[in-house]
Design a binder for this molecule. Structure first.
Ligand SMILES: Cc1ncc(C[n+]2csc(CCOP(=O)(O)OP(=O)(O)O)c2C)c(N)n1
Ligand SMILES: [Mg+2]
Length: 580
């Protein structure tokens, strides 16, 4: 054979061989795509930089953040909004650790999420020989999530991703860690075998049907109630069984209390909503049916002063059997997924379910009207600098006029007062600090909410809360997201008035007075506005929501307007000793 012909033949064979091979990079991408995971939130670096590029080239949306914690919070709320695991991608050790808070947060809040981190050489890590970013990430992640897996062979990528997806969304959802060592990405294998090794997860979150006897028991207890109450938690919102839940509440005639992120499942203005009569319904109810809500600290563990003296019976609907009796006795546990449970309850209720004794809903409605009208005049003040009520009165109207916008909310006073004042009208429109009362979710949530839903986002942020994720305003500008951030700037944490009498250092709770957060936004090409009155605030927010341009409004609040720890000051430890 002539030399040229030999060369050509060899070239073709090499090309053919290459075509028939795949590698770890592509298998991970293919496995994610096969399962409909089309968005990745993360921060690039060794060993996942090229992976991000290739994922983007393959049609996956890769949203690149400034800090992994924010990318992780974004993934966690993407999971909540879509019922598919949100994916966060990080580098090894420090990037992994930055993402880990969000993974633990996802698990605590029952949001499906997968944290994928690149990791260093196993052989070196396990001998602790000081590899680049050395850390036994799998061991560290394990206690903080629902499940943790490591893939060592390219042929196992399909199974690894499938297990991660199933673990994240089945049963009670939560966070899953997937460890991908650097070497895995470069491993090659036969392309056909690679394609065959991928797993499309069938029925990732199988329905869990409640036992008929448990449904009957619950309905018997409910029927005997004189002053029943339904509490809706974010588990009920997650379930996306909106129509059935609404029908159940309306058919029963029972007052309902939405937990923070369940607001809007039925409108807060619904005649049965007891949101504005919370203390009355907790104290005076005799039977409480919890739907996707846990009796944790947010409900005072189901006992103590806020629950009153009279004995209570609890019915609890939850997918997790271990949730039952976690704080108090549950007389009627109904274990199953919320959708299946609610539909079984509806069926069991039949066509002529008796309404609760009329004096109960009437008493709740009276209390609600009283509280609402007490608050009304405060919401209309046009004080400058603003107080919380004046500023929130304006935002309340804006949300009423734009019920499909997503409200992100964090802070102390900024959170507690906004939760009470801003009515929600549609399910899953209120995203906030969740079970831990965590600061720092603001920008990550806003970004994911805009990306996942395509709806405008209004983020109402305490000035301290905002600081935890503030750098992501660049990300918001870079991706041109329709996010309007309103910072309730009261010069500090809770208040801006603390004074340190011992030295010239500022007190621990105060920030630079008169800060202009709006200038940050301008620095990245977004719109910045300094608003000093409710009228100015209203104009600026409406303009931002109309334009869809990334906007940050520095709302100047009276530094003395807030109170210590917002509504949960009672949780601060006290001592009889008051040494100064
Ligand atoms: C990760 C985290 N760190 C610290 C806290 C404690 N903390 C609770 S609220 C808060 C900030 C409150 O100030 P701000 O956001 O300005 O709201 P304001 O009460 O002033 O309206 C802090 C730091 C927390 N909840 N989470
Ligand atoms: Mg503040």
């Amino acid at each position: 054979m002539a030399e040229a012909a030999v060369k050509e033949k060899l070239g073709t064979t090499a090309a053919q061989a290459e075509q028939e091979l795949t590698d770890g990079f592509h298998l991970v991408i293919d496995a994610l795509k096969l399962n409909g995971l089309n968005t990745i939130y993360g921060v690039p670096g060794i060993p996942i930089t090229d992976f991000g590029r290739m994922a983007q080239a393959a049609g996956i949306r890769v949203i690149s953040f400034r800090h992994e914690q924010n990318a992780g919070y974004a993934a966690s709320i993407a999971g909540y909004l879509t019922k598919k695991p949100g994916v966060c991608l990080t580098v090894s050790a420090p990037g992994f650790l930055n993402g880990l808070t969000a993974l633990a947060h996802a698990t605590t809040n029952c949001f499906p999420m997968i944290l994928i981190s690149g990791s260093s050489e196993r052989e070196i890590v396990d001998l602790q020989q000081g590899d680049y970013e050395e850390m036994d990430q799998l061991a560290i992640a394990k206690p903080l999530c629902k499940a943790a897996f490591r893939v060592l062979h390219a042929a196992d990528i399909g199974i690894g991703v499938a297990r991660a997806i199933r673990a994240a969304v089945s049963g009670r959802p939560g966070g899953v860690y997937l460890d991908l060592p650097a070497k895995l990405f470069g491993q090659v294998m036969n392309a056909d075998a690679g394609a065959k090794s991928l797993v499309k997860v069938i029925d990732a979150a199988p329905a869990q049907i409640p036992a008929p006897a448990s449904v009957k028991r619950a309905l018997d207890v409910l029927k005997g109630a004189k002053r029943p109450l339904i509490i809706l938690g974010k588990g009920a919102a997650y379930a996306q069984a909106d129509d059935d839940i609404r029908t159940l509440v309306e058919k029963s005639g029972i007052p309902f209390l939405p937990m923070s992120m369940a607001k809007g499942l039925l409108p807060d203005t619904h005649p049965q909503c007891a949101g504005a009569a919370r203390s009355t319904v907790l104290k005076d109810s005799d039977v409480v049916m919890l739907i996707g809500a846990r009796l944790n600290w947010l409900l005072s563990h189901g006992k103590g002063k806020s629950w009153g003296e009279a004995p209570k019976k609890f019915i609890q609907i939850d997918i997790e059997p271990k949730e039952m009796d976690s704080n108090v006795e549950i007389v009627a546990p109904v274990v199953g997924d919320i959708g299946s449970c609610v539909s079984a309850l509806l069926q069991g209720m039949g066509g002529n379910w008796p309404a609760p004794p009329a004096d109960w809903p009437a008493a709740v409605a009276k209390k609600r009207e009283e509280n609402v009208s007490k608050m009304a005049p405060r919401l209309m003040n046009n004080n400058s600098p603003m107080d919380y009520h004046g500023a929130l009165g304006v935002l309340r109207t804006i949300v009423k006029e734009r019920p499909d916008a997503i409200l992100v909310n964090e802070g102390a006073n900024t959170l507690d007062l906004a939760r009470g004042i801003i009515d929600m009208y549609q399910p899953r429109k209120r995203l906030d600090v969740g079970t831990w009362g965590i600061m720092g979710v603001g920008m990550g949530y806003s970004i994911a909410a805009a990306i996942e839903t395509g709806k405008p986002v209004l983020a109402v942020e305490g000035d301290s809360a905002f600081g935890f994720s503030g750098m992501e305003v660049e990300t918001i500008c870079r991706y041109k997201l329709p996010v309007c951030i309103v910072i309730f700037n009261n010069d500090g944490i809770y208040r801006g008035t603390d004074v340190n009498s011992a030295s010239s250092d500022p007190a621990p709770t105060v920030f630079v007075k008169g800060s202009r957060y709006d200038k940050m936004m301008e620095g990245f090409g977004g719109v910045g506005v300094n608003a000093t009155s409710p009228d100015e605030l209203k104009r600026a927010v409406n303009e931002a929501m109309n334009s869809g341009k990334p906007t940050l409004i520095n709302a100047v609040l009276d530094p003395a307007a807030g109170s210590e720890s917002g509504r949960i000051g009672n949780l601060n430890p006290q001592s009889v000793l008051r040494k100064k």
